[in-house]
Design a protein around this ligand. Structure first.
Ligand SMILES: CC(C)(COP(=O)(O)OP(=O)(O)OC[C@H]1O[C@@H](n2cnc3c(N)ncnc32)[C@H](O)[C@@H]1O)[C@@H](O)C(=O)NCCC(=O)NCCS
Ligand SMILES: Nc1ncnc2c1ncn2[C@@H]1O[C@H](COP(=O)(O)OP(=O)(O)OP(=O)(O)O)[C@@H](O)[C@H]1O
Length: 200
């Protein structure tokens, strides 16, 4: 059985930065944002269910999901976000389980599930241990505005749909705070990787 390590935290906190360090130390990483994209490719049963609820307005001309439009709907309206999650989470979890069963059967230091909605989706139950990355809200806002080219309102809407620090920290064995320069987070992640490798 592969060792499964959950990696979670708020948008812009620094999960990808940490998962890149863990990858460089021999851990395999499943990026659940990318899994969510895969399960909503054109023609998939998940995308069909989403259009049944949200309408075909969420599709681009080439039948792919208009992510920006869906984001503008669900991050403004908690009820719609819950509907999206009630449809998509089961597909995401099935794909994660499939990858763990088929791809990571072999030699691995561990599989990292990089998932902003690790607890909300129930994927935390697949994990042996959990790392949270936290950072002050104003830093997260600035980071995602720059990274995703979104305005203040869109950044705040996304942030507001997530939880406060304590939600993540009290459910995690390891907490990394990313309130300094990125190199500091990388150093903390390197240290944690050492610790995880020692515990193998
Ligand atoms: C709403 C969608 C279409 C917006 O797509 P978009 O390309 O604009 O953003 P992307 O997927 O890159 O997500 C960016 C960030 O938004 C945050 N976010 C995404 N989904 C959620 C959610 N359900 N609740 C809170 N925050 C979320 C995360 O921090 C994520 O890293 C997309 O985020 C989505 O399908 N979300 C539901 C699935 C999900 O929970 N994915 C997270 C992986 S488990
Ligand atoms: N300490 C830091 N100082 C400056 N920029 C940072 C720092 N940490 C991360 N960043 C940058 O902020 C952005 C968000 O970081 P990252 O992508 O690692 O967050 P995330 O937790 O994966 O976010 P999301 O859940 O939105 O995908 C990235 O562009 C990253 O390069």
């Amino acid at each position: 059985m592969a060792r499964i390590i959950g990696l979670t935290g708020q948008t812009g906190a620094g999960k990808t930065t940490v998962s890149n360090v863990l990858k460089s130390r021999g851990f395999d990483v499943i990026n659940c944002d990318l899994v969510a994209r895969e399960v909503t490719q054109p023609g998939t049963p998940c995308l069909l269910k989403l259009t049944e609820h949200f309408g075909t307005k969420i599709l681009n001309d080439d039948k792919s999901l208009n992510r920006k439009l869906l984001a503008s709907i669900v991050f403004q309206d908690e009820k719609e976000l819950r509907v999206l999650e009630s449809i998509i989470f089961s597909y995401i979890k099935a794909e994660i389980q499939h990858r763990i069963n088929t791809i990571y059967m072999g030699n691995t230091n561990g599989v990292v599930l990089d998932a902003p909605t690790l607890f909300e989706s129930g994927a935390d139950s697949m994990c042996n241990e959990i790392i949270s990355v936290i950072a002050p809200k104003h830093l997260r806002r600035a980071r995602i505005m720059a990274r995703d080219n979104i305005d203040n309102a869109a950044a705040d809407a996304r942030i507001a749909s997530q939880h406060e620090d304590e939600f993540y920290t009290k459910r995690s064995q390891y907490v990394l705070c990313n309130d300094g320069v990125q190199q500091e987070l990388i150093a903390k992640a390197e240290q944690l990787a050492e610790q995880l490798l020692r515990q193998r």
